[in-house]
Design a protein around this ligand. Structure first.
Ligand SMILES: Nc1ncnc2c1ncn2[C@@H]1O[C@H](COP(=O)(O)OP(=O)(O)OP(=O)(O)O)[C@@H](O)[C@H]1O
Ligand SMILES: [Mg+2]
Length: 222
């Protein structure tokens, strides 16, 4: 029997509810007796989080070059895979990650306009054959997501990171790139309508976990 853990990613633009719903997925798996590692990108280990800080730090004196941004994303990912994701999957834990490589295709590819073929080259270099088993794409129009995000940012003192400072056109390209990725790999993706109430979003996520990973009732509920 294959005892390797499964790898689940949550994706989508800014403010669609990824972090809110990572919690639900982890709880759902833990209730089924599964060891869960919750993590995020860019980051997930101390050194990779240091790279995250470089990526999110607003461009004040020195703009970050697009290629440098792309390479930093994959440098953080290499560290995260080596020190966190691969060891966890190897010992049979399931990994739930807030953003992964689809975000690179969406942000650096769609948003910044970098050639997806170059991103794919780095993907193979850093990941080899490893790709998520299930990707939950939280999808909603970019303007509505911006409004959600604005209320959260106001609550945290109004500071915006390098990506949150981008304009609506950038986030529309990010969304379109995500949807194109989902269309190209329907067996891996579940596209969730993130514009619904949190209850409805969570019901769709549970349905996707059941449908695409064959999960059932919690222990004691069978
Ligand atoms: N379905 C929902 N309906 C209404 N508000 C929601 C819903 N889901 C999340 N929110 C709220 O929207 C805001 C953004 O959610 P969250 O931080 O989870 O998004 P995110 O995708 O992780 O954002 P980021 O890309 O910035 O990390 C939060 O204030 C959250 O409480
Ligand atoms: Mg988040």
């Amino acid at each position: 029997m294959d005892t390797r853990g499964r790898f689940i990613t949550l994706e989508g633009g800014e403010g669609v509810g990824k972090t809110t719903n990572v919690e639900l997925v982890c709880r759902y798996l833990a209730e089924r007796g599964i060891e869960v590692v919750r993590t995020r990108e860019p980051g997930g280990t101390p050194r990779a989080e240091a790279i995250r800080d470089l990526l999110l730090d607003p461009d004040v004196d020195e703009p970050l070059d697009d290629d440098a941004e792309l390479l930093l994303v994959f440098a953080a990912r290499a560290q995260h895979l080596a020190r966190c994701i691969r060891p966890a999957l190897d010992r049979g834990a399931w990994v739930v990650c807030d953003r992964f490589t689809d975000a690179t295709f969406a942000y650096q590819g769609g948003g910044r306009g970098l050639d997806p073929a170059r991103i794919a080259t780095l993907e193979h270099l850093v990941q080899g054959e490893l790709t998520p088993d299930l990707t939950l794409l939280l999808d909603m129009p970019a303007d509505a997501a911006q409004q959600r995000l604005a209320s959260r940012i106001d609550g945290q003192g109004g500071q915006r990171d390098r990506f949150e400072r981008e304009r609506l056109g950038f986030f529309t390209r990010v969304r379109d790139a995500y949807l194109a990725r989902a269309d190209a790999a329907p067996e891996r993706f579940a596209v969730i309508d993130a514009g619904e109430t949190l209850e409805a979003v969570q019901a769709s996520i549970v349905a996707a976990l059941e449908r695409q990973l064959g999960l059932g009732p919690a222990k004691g509920e069978e």
